[in-house]
Design a protein around this ligand. Structure first.
Ligand SMILES: Cc1cc2nc3c(=O)[nH]c(=O)nc-3n(C[C@H](O)[C@H](O)[C@H](O)COP(=O)(O)OP(=O)(O)OC[C@H]3O[C@@H](n4cnc5c(N)ncnc54)[C@H](O)[C@@H]3O)c2cc1C
Length: 239
């Protein structure tokens, strides 16, 4: 797949949560990518070379635009994105990476943490739009309800895609969760065994911050004997 390097205006900005925004730009007509791949985004700033790798959160089935979604922190890169207006230029290099799924396996499972949902979102949207037969279970771990990035979109896809199950778990134990229907606490061996009883038959896709991805890899390999070749990683290491 050819790699594109383009300079393009941002065409749409979508507020996802209090600290997460999605940014869209027009997809070049000859560009293609696989669901789950990532891109390099360079923003304009008084400092040169403000570039970060970010997963594509749209699906190739969504025509006309490509979307990435950033958790906005206090960094310079995030500050530029927070203040970004429609029409401002960004540099984009894509598509990159092999954290992809287009129906190769009958059964897969995602374990995502926080903003790590982005490549899973791309893949789940693709599987739903393409009406793939593959069974997908996603366990999405967040601190609090307001941190769940694509809850509305995932809940809508659950109605459309009978091969999809999404389990949310919240880890902030200081919150009153009396009205919360989902799971609580960090993902453990029991979370997986209870929610994914056929876990031995699945490919696991892990995506999120390095600490979470490392902990999940250990859990899968050491505690429930998943083989390394059945684990696919996207590690959101700092850049
Ligand atoms: C393949 C891949 C895909 C990825 N996909 C995504 C994605 O889809 N979405 C996403 O959000 N991230 C993604 N990441 C991670 C992303 O590239 C960034 O590393 C990450 O988002 C942190 O960026 P940052 O803006 O917080 O900057 P960083 O510079 O990494 O900041 C790290 C921390 O330091 C603090 N900090 C930095 N500078 C300052 C300052 N001047 N003052 C005060 N505090 C400061 C920030 O608040 C932040 O908490 C991906 C990474 C990889 C490798």
């Amino acid at each position: 797949m050819p790699v594109f390097e383009i300079e393009t205006p941002v065409s749409e900005i979508i507020e996802r949560t209090y600290n997460v925004k999605s940014f869209r730009f027009a997809s070049p007509t000859d560009a293609s990518y696989k669901p789950g791949q990532y891109l390099f985004i360079t923003v304009n700033s008084h400092r040169t070379g403000l570039t970060k790798p970010l997963s594509i959160s749209s699906s190739p089935t969504e025509k006309g635009f490509i979307e990435f979604t950033k958790k906005l922190t206090d960094s310079e890169f995030s500050r530029v994105l927070k203040e970004m207006k429609i029409g401002e230029q960004i540099k984009v290099k894509f598509p990159l990476g092999s954290f992809t799924f287009t129906g190769e396996y009958e059964k897969i499972a995602f374990l995502s943490g926080g903003i790590g949902i982005t490549p899973a979102m791309s893949i789940i949207k693709y599987a739903t739009d393409m009406k793939l037969k593959s069974s997908i279970v996603a366990i999405d771990s967040n601190s609090r309800i307001e941190d769940i990035v694509f809850k509305r979109e995932l809940d809508l896809m659950l109605k459309e895609n009978t091969n999809l199950r999404v389990i949310y778990t919240l880890t902030d134990s200081n919150r009153d969760l009396s009205n919360w229907q989902g799971c609580r606490g960090y993902v453990t061996r029991d979370t997986i065994k209870t929610n994914i009883p056929d876990y031995m038959e699945r490919r696991f896709y892990l995506c999120g911050p390095p600490l979470m991805v490392d902990a999940m890899t250990k859990l899968l390999m050491d505690e429930i004997n998943i083989k390394k070749e059945n684990i696919i990683l996207e590690n959101f290491f700092g850049y």
